[in-house]
Ligand binder design. Structure first.
Ligand code: HEM
Length: 478
C-alpha cells in the first residue's frame, strides 16, 4: 500500500520495474536514451485524442496495455508521458520527488491553495493545516458527520427513486461545511453554494480541456462564476470569524477558526494568511473535499447493489451494532472498512495524477524530457493483474492482513503517496465509513441503471471518475 499513515507495507513479490541509471543518481546517460514511445497499437498519434475523448478510462488502459512507460499525443495540447508501475509511482511521489512538479492548470484554476503550491510555501501551508486533519482531530468531527448524514437520509421515503450521486453530493457538502468550515448548510437551500461547488469541476470538462488555459469557453465562464461565489462566501465566513477565533491554534475546532486565529496571533509573516490566500485555501478544500467522497460512496452503494453476497455480509455487520452507528462502533465495522478499500481500488475517484518533469528523467530505459507532462495512472495500476488477482472483480475479502503485507509498495494509491499524500484521507475514510453504516442500517439501495457489457457502472470521468449523472437508485426501508 502507499506510504501513508495507515502503515507502510514492504514491497511484495510482484515484478519490480527495471531500474534506471537516474534512479541511482547516475543521470549523465539520460540524455542519450530514446524518448518513451507511442504504443504502435494506438494508431497514428493524431487519432489518440479521439480515443481519449470517447473514453478516457479505456484509453488509459490501452496506452499501458503492453508497456509501463509510454507516450501519447492529444492534438491541441501536445505530448503526454505516462508511467504505470508502482516502483515509478514511488520514485515520482517519494524518493525522487524534487525532479517533478505539479502541473500549471490546477494553479490557474485554484490559485495558491494547498493542492497547487510548491516548495517552502507548500511546506508552510501543510504544517499549518495538518493538525486539523490528524486521525485524532478527525475523530472529533465524527458526531457532526453522523448528524449531517442522518439529517438528510432520514427524509428518504420507502419506494423513492432518486439520483443517488446528486443526493450524496449534497450530503458530503453538508458534512464538509458543518465540520471543517463550521457552518451548517440549509437542507433545501444554499443553492448558490451547492451549484458553485458543482461548477468548480467545469474547469476540467472535456469540452474545455483541450483549449489553451487563457481561452474562455462557456464551461470556464461557469467555473469563474462558481469560484467567485465561493470566494465571496469564504470572505463572509472569514469576516464573521474575525474576533471570535482562538489565538491558541490547538484550541481551533475548524479550518476557519484555525486560519483566522493564526492570523490574529501574527503567527506567520508570510502572505499565506492574507484574505486572498485564505479564500484560495477554502475554495481548494471545497473542491478537493467533497466530490471525491461522493464518488467513493456512490460506487460503494453501486457495489452493494450489484453484489448480493457483499451486501449480505455488510448488512450482517451493521445490523449487529446496538443501535445507529456512533463513534464507539468504529472498531466493530471491519468489513465496512474493506468494502471501502476495495471500492477505492476498483474505482479510485482520482484516476490519474498529473505531474511535470523538472529535468530529463529515465524510466525503464526511456527518457521523459524536462518540462513534459507525466501521468501516473492510479486506476490502471490498481487493476493490474501483476499486483491484484482477478483485478476487475469486486472482492472486499481480498484485503486480508497477509495480502496487505505482501502488496507491492505504491500498488494501491487512491490518495496519492509521499509527502503530498491527500491531507483529507482520514477525514474522507471516516465520513464514508459512518455514512455507509448509518445509511446501510436503515435502507437498501437498489441500482436501476444499466451496467455496460463488462459489468462496469456507467462513468463520466472528468477530474474525478464520477458515475454518469442522473443514474437512478431505488430506496427501500429495511
Ligand atoms: C475519498 C476521498 C478522497 C480521495 C480519493 C482523495 C484523493 C487525493 C489525491 C490522489 C491527492 C493527491 C494529489 C496529487 O498528489 O497530485 C489528494 C490531495 C489532496 N486532498 Fe484529497 N482525496 C479525498 C478526500 C479529501 C478530503 C475530504 C479533503 C479535505 C477535506 C481533501 C483535500 C486534499 C488536499 C488539500 C490535497 C492536497 C494535499 C497536498 O498537496 O499537500 N481530500 N487527494
Amino acid at each position: 500500500m502507499s506510504s501513508d499513515s495507515d502503515g507502510p507495507t514492504p514491497p511484495g513479490t510482484a515484478p519490480a520495474a527495471p531500474s534506471d541509471a537516474s534512479a541511482t543518481g547516475e543521470a549523465a546517460s539520460v540524455a542519450s536514451l530514446p524518448l518513451a514511445p507511442y504504443p504502435p497499437h494506438l494508431g497514428h498519434p493524431k487519432l489518440h485524442v479521439l480515443k481519449q475523448m470517447r473514453d478516457p478510462l479505456a484509453f488509459a488502459e490501452e496506452v499501458f496495455a503492453t508497456r509501463d512507460v509510454a507516450r501519447f499525443h492529444l492534438s491541441g495540447m501536445g505530448d503526454f508521458y505516462g508511467v504505470a508501475h508502482p516502483d515509478y509511482f514511488k520514485r515520482v511521489l517519494l524518493t525522487e520527488r524534487d525532479r517533478f512538479q505539479k502541473t500549471d492548470d490546477f494553479q490557474i484554476a485554484f490559485g495558491e491553495g494547498l493542492l497547487t503550491v510548491e516548495g517552502e510555501e507548500w511546506q508552510q501551508q501543510r504544517n499549518v493545516l495538518q493538525p486539523l486533519f490528524t486521525r485524532d482531530s478527525v475523530l472529533g468531527y465524527g458526531e457532526g458527520m453522523v448528524e449531517q448524514v442522518r439529517r438528510r437520509s432520514e427524509r428518504w421515503q420507502d419506494g423513492q427513486r432518486f439520483d443517488l450521486q446528486a443526493e450524496l453530493t449534497d450530503m458530503t457538502l453538508d458534512v464538509l461545511f458543518a465540520t471543517v468550515l463550521g457552518r451548517e448548510l440549509e437542507l433545501d437551500g444554499d443553492e448558490s453554494i451547492r451549484q458553485a461547488a458543482e461548477h468548480l469541476h467545469d474547469w476540467f470538462l472535456p469540452t474545455s480541456y483541450f483549449l489553451p488555459n487563457w481561452m474562455p469557453s462557456p464551461a470556464r465562464r461557469r467555473f469563474d462564476a462558481a469560484k467567485s461565489t465561493l470566494q465571496s462566501e469564504a470572505q463572509r465566513l472569514l469576516d464573521e470569524a474575525a474576533g471570535d477565533a482562538p489565538t491558541d491554534p490547538s484550541e481551533a475546532t475548524d479550518l476557519l477558526s484555525l486560519l483566522v486565529g493564526l492570523r490574529e496571533a501574527g503567527v506567520t509573516d508570510s502572505g499565506m494568511l492574507s484574505d486572498e490566500r485564505l479564500r484560495d485555501q477554502m475554495v481548494t478544500i471545497i473542491f478537493a473535499g467533497h466530490d471525491t467522497t461522493t464518488t467513493s460512496l456512490t460506487f460503494a452503494f453501486w457495489a452493494l447493489a450489484n453484489h448480493p453476497e457483499v451486501r449480505e455480509t455488510f448488512h450482517a455487520e451493521v445490523d449487529a451494532l446496538d443501535g445507529p452507528p456512533t463513534m464507539s462502533d468504529l472498531d466493530d465495522l471491519p468489513y465496512t472498512d474493506t468494502l471501502l478499500t476495495e471500492t477505492l481500488r476498483l474505482f479510485p475517484p482520482v484516476y490519474t495524477l498529473p505531474r511535470k518533469t523538472a529535468e530529463d528523467v529515465a524510466f525503464g530505459g526511456f527518457r521523459v524530457p524536462e518540462s513534459e507532462r507525466l501521468m501516473l495512472p492510479i486506476r490502471v495500476v490498481q487493476r493490474d493483474p501483476r499486483f491484484f488477482d482477478d483485478p476487475t472483480t469486486f472482492q472486499p475479502e481480498r484485503w486480508t492482513k497477509a495480502f496487505r503485507q505482501e502488496l507491492h509498495d505504491f500498488a494501491y494509491a487512491p490518495f496519492g503517496g509521499g509527502p503530498r499524500i491527500c491531507i483529507g484521507r482520514q477525514f474522507a475514510l471516516l465520513e464514508a465509513k459512518l455514512a455507509l453504516a448509518t445509511i446501510g442500517r436503515e435502507y437498501d439501495l437498489y441500482w436501476l441503471g444499466e451496467n455496460d457489457p463488462s459489468g462496469e457502472p456507467p462513468v463520466a470521468p472528468q477530474m474525478t471518475t464520477r458515475m454518469e449523472p442522473g443514474q437512478q437508485f431505488l430506496v427501500t426501508e429495511r
